[in-house]
Design a protein around this ligand. Structure first.
Ligand code: GLU
Length: 553
């Protein structure tokens, strides 16, 4: 037995499985050429950040577009930071946006697939088998340094370019088996360190899918692979898991880019084929003329739940994510108006190297375009679902008469040029407020040439001729017919040629009626509004407006 084998048996006496065993248990996946295996690997420490969703949708789309596999692995090695219910809430947020794992963790303590367990906390034995094998080959060793000793090293390295456990600082690198045995017998805690084969004068090269070709110095640090409790560090778990789960492309935040030389070295010493990396830059926000990262602390829109609370439809968020993921998405959308988003030839290589800019105005715009294309039934159903959770008053209004609500939502919808008033479901209460007596707020402010005295004239006449059953042409003819008797012209052109000859034109007459009925100067189609409000409400609102303007005159 070599000294390293002896050491391995000493450190991992209980581990009887070998890497070969796991290689066989988790064989390469039988997928077609070019299929990508991607994953989302959250630490269950809180809610889903918009940045996580963004990274995740990119990983997911890459797998789906190539006929590959997307799976979820929970990185719960840090039990102290674990938050109860975080897994469930993250999965729920993902599912809202259509991200459904083919494999892995699909519910709290619920896993599917042949490459599990997918909770890192259940994989301790696997990591230890690989750790044992590294020790056997002289590629890893136990370190007994105390926190105080590590502090001393840090202090001594103040003026060094490279900091960490390496070279002359790596005190435990060459301990003999006897010394190790003595320490273990004395009950000294130990961590397992990589015996880095790195060369300070050499470079490590890799081609990041997003960032392109990168060159960095090789890793020379003997990093910790297993902590004193036998739990792996992120680095070691990443190499073992992404290899055994047969990941091909790792999409993750670019804060990990500095660790790539170490990760590639780990893949090498472990005998694994390296994965491809796609390092996603953080989502940025413009502030005071500069840019900063979207912040969990400062920005409510950083939490994915924000979009559900505000009532952005899932399709809007997905469209928006694609808009900032690939800058050619908008051009594609312009020529493929009705295609499902899945048809877009997404390309991770087109992602921003420096960080996509989050812009709520853009999201609003995208969302208005999405919502204007929906049917009234869709708008009703989705906003009703939203209202039940976030706006009980709106839900109650809907429930009074669902057909009426749908008809209201159908005004200026389901036609060639639908209006784009709604960006999110929380816009609806205001948008439809005048269609319900409970929420109608009178406001008699006029615009254009309309004055209170003209308003009295117009409304007195209109009140007598308005008929809810009129078709649109008749309705409009009637409005035109009261123009002249009120000193206005039905012809806008005529008014413009000779403005002093008239009190106003047909537009002003309509404004008066619109304001009386809705309290607003800008609304969707007034004919539809009038018809839906019904005779009784129309007449009552006109009377009230007349009374108001008479006082104002
Ligand atoms: N658990 C890691 C994190 O949350 C995942 C990084 C990765 O995707 O590899 O940062």
């Amino acid at each position: 037995m070599t000294k390293y084998e002896e050491l391995a048996n000493l450190l991992f006496a209980d581990i009887d499985k070998t890497p070969e065993y796991y290689e066989e248990l988790y064989p390469p996946r039988q997928l077609k050429e070019g299929a990508r295996v991607t994953r989302f690997a959250p630490s269950p420490t809180g809610f889903l950040h918009f940045g996580n969703l963004f990274t995740c949708i990119n990983a997911y789309t890459t797998a789906k577009n190539t006929g590959g596999v997307f799976y979820v692995r929970v990185e719960d090695t840090d039990q102290k930071r674990k938050v109860e219910g975080a897994v469930e809430s993250m999965l729920k947020s993902l599912s809202v946006y259509g991200v459904k794992a083919d494999e892995g963790v699909v519910g709290e303590n619920e896993e599917i697939g042949d490459y599990g367990p997918y909770y890192q906390s259940k994989r301790k034995e696997i990591y230890q088998a690989y750790a044992k094998s590294l020790v056997q080959q002289g590629l890893a060793y136990p370190c007994f340094c105390t926190p105080e000793e590590l502090d001393e090293i840090r202090n001594a390295q103040e003026n060094e370019d490279i900091k960490g456990y390496y070279g002359k600082y790596a005190k435990c690198r060459d301990l003999s088996v006897e010394e190790v045995k003595k320490n273990i017998d004395a009950g000294m805690p130990w961590t397992l360190r990589l015996k880095s084969p790195g060369d300070i004068t050499k470079k490590c090269y890799f081609d990041d899918v997003i960032k392109g070709k990168i060159e960095m110095p090789e890793n020379v640090i003997d990093v910790v692979l297993l902590k004193a409790d036998g739990i792996p560090t992120y680095h070691f778990a990443h190499a073992v898991d992404d290899h055994l789960m047969r990941t091909t492309h790792v999409f993750r935040g670019d804060e990990w880019i500095a660790s790539v030389p170490l990760h590639l070295q780990l893949f090498k010493v472990l005998g694994f084929k390296p994965v491809k990396y796609a390092h996603v830059a953080p989502i940025m926000k413009e502030e005071n003329g500069g840019k900063r990262k979207l912040s969990k602390r400062k920005d409510p829109e950083a939490a994915v739940t924000y979009y559900a609370e505000q009532g952005y439809p899932k399709d809007s968020v997905n469209e928006y994510v694609m808009t900032i993921a690939n800058s050619n998405f908008e051009d594609w959308r312009r020529v493929n108006k009705d295609e499902p988003i899945e048809k877009f030839p997404y390309n991770p290589k087109k992602m921003s190297v420096s960080g996509a800019l989050f812009d709520i105005a853009k999201l609003t715009d995208v969302s208005k375009n999405v919502i204007c294309k929906m049917t009234a039934d869709d708008v009703f159903e989705q906003s009703y679902e939203w209202a039940k959770e976030f706006n009980p008053q709106l839900a109650a209004l809907y429930e009074k008469d669902k057909d009426y609500a749908k008809a209201v939502l159908n005004i200026d919808r389901e036609n060639k040029k639908p209006r784009k008033d709604i960006a999110k479901w929380s816009d609806i209460p205001d948008y439809i407020s005048y269609m319900y007596d409970e929420t109608f707020e009178e406001c008699y402010d006029l615009t254009g040439n309309a004055t209170p005295s003209l308003a009295v004239d117009v409304l007195e006449k209109y009140k007598d001729i308005v008929d809810i059953n009129d078709d649109k042409d008749t309705w409009f003819d009637k409005i035109k017919s009261i123009c002249e008797p009120c000193g206005c012209t039905p012809n806008v052109k005529e008014f413009k040629q000779n403005p002093d000859a008239f009190k106003g034109h047909v537009g002003d007459v309509s404004t008066v009626i619109r304001v009386a009925l809705t309290g607003r100067t800008n609304t969707p189609d007034l004919y539809c509004i009038t018809a839906l409000l019904g005779e009784e409400r129309v007449k009552a609102r006109i009377e009230k407006a007349i009374a108001h303007y008479k006082e104002e005159k």
